[in-house]
Design a protein around this ligand. Structure first.
Ligand SMILES: [Fe+2]
Length: 373
């Protein structure tokens, strides 16, 4: 027995106006300062049900820790919302998921939560997630990533019950996204699609979502980066959520295991870190994922298609200006080499190691880290 899990998805032009039709009275909004500065919080506000009372937590940091979340939970309890809206990139949406659990089940320790524990959420509130980037897929997944800076790692809080009631994909929120963020987040989504499609836990639903996601993103991203084309942006936004649904229902692979590990050692955008390793990991997996990789190769526009999926990804990344070597990410080679054993150790702890199409031992992971030019 297997499940396909997904929030209800509201998408397209004016999707945010869906909020004005809801009958909630006390609405908590979880977001970050950049969203406020970009004027996106005002757009959200103008779509909230009239007469609702709102509390805004607008200071979620990038890559929030457990204490970043617990520090804010008292405020949430006092406000007593009947709806929680997480708006932003992965950090704000993941913080909203964690706050939702803490508010519903204050008796639980966040790390006692596993997919096997019945939480009985939704006694007090509902959860809506609104992405303002096209990449993390967090609005569609049933996990929240919280950093643990003391141990240099990331912890995952996972339960099918933390999947949002609704994900709202309104292209107006990504209209003015800077090029670098558009590129990095889309590369994250491409990596979700590739890894979700070829995971050892792949299934017909995760495959279908990944294929369509990859088509939508690779056929539309160059136009978005070239001239900010709005229709193309909308397609990339939808594609990113589909890629999220793919990996959320099958799991990620070695590029994410390695990318998370790099991100724990160096300050680097998540999409840039997983994208750096993706072509190497795909080459490594090639003979173990022949059928899946051929399907994925065909999802790219013809002009980028190389002999293999790895070659195709490299061509596409070159076209969009995505870093293919360490130097372009700004990481110092000597410092990188000094951290290699720590990075291998951390990568080995990731679920992505279990679900990657090819098993990789410590030596092979080390060689993949070293192979990056
Ligand atoms: Fe990712």
């Amino acid at each position: 027995m297997w499940y396909f899990r997904s929030p209800s998805i509201v998408y397209g032009e004016d999707a945010l106006s869906f909020l004005s039709e809801l009958h909630y009275e006390r609405i908590l909004i979880v977001t970050d300062r950049n969203i406020v500065k970009a004027g996106l919080l005002s757009i959200l506000h103008s779509n909230l049900p009239s007469g609702s009372k709102n509390l805004v937590i607008d200071n979620i940091p990038e890559e929030p820790t457990v204490s970043d979340v617990t520090d804010r939970s008292k405020q949430v309890m006092e406000f007593s919302p009947d709806l929680i809206i997480g708006m932003g990139g992965g950090s704000s949406m993941d913080a909203a998921k964690a706050l939702f659990v803490m508010y519903e089940r204050p008796d639980l320790d966040l790390f006692d939560i596993t997919p096997l524990v019945h939480l009985g959420l939704r006694k007090k509130s509902r959860l809506i997630l609104v992405p303002t980037t096209s990449g993390t897929g967090s609005e569609c997944t049933w996990a929240a990533v919280l950093s643990d800076r003391d141990h240099g790692r990331k912890n995952e809080l996972a339960s099918p019950e933390i999947i949002a009631d609704y994900a709202i994909l309104d292209p107006v929120l990504v209209q003015k996204l800077p090029q670098s963020i558009t590129r990095n987040t889309a590369v994250d989504a491409i990596t979700h699609a590739v890894e979700g499609h070829s995971s050892q836990w792949k299934n017909p639903y995760s495959e279908a979502m990944a294929e369509k996601a990859l088509r939508l993103i690779t056929h539309n991203l160059p136009a978005v980066l070239r001239d900010g084309n709005m229709k193309s942006r909308e397609m990339v936004h939808i594609g990113a959520s589909m890629a999220g649904l793919s990996f959320s229902n099958s799991q990620i692979g070695l590029a994410h295991a390695m990318g998370h590990s790099l991100g724990a050692h160096f300050r680097i955008a998540h999409g840039m870190s997983v994208g750096l390793y993706l072509p190497y990991v795909v080459d490594f997996n090639q003979d173990y994922s022949v059928e899946s990789y051929e399907i994925l190769r065909q999802c790219f526009p013809e002009k980028y298609r190389g002999e293999s999926l790895g070659e195709t990804i490299r061509k596409f990344f070159r076209e969009i200006g995505q870093p293919l070597d360490l130097k372009a990410t700004g990481i110092d080679r000597d410092e990188y080499d000094l951290n290699l054993s720590g990075m291998v150790g951390l990568a080995e702890e990731s679920t992505g190691i279990i679900t990657n199409p090819r098993e990789a031992d410590s030596q092979e992971i080390l060689e993949l880290f070293e192979a990056v030019e």
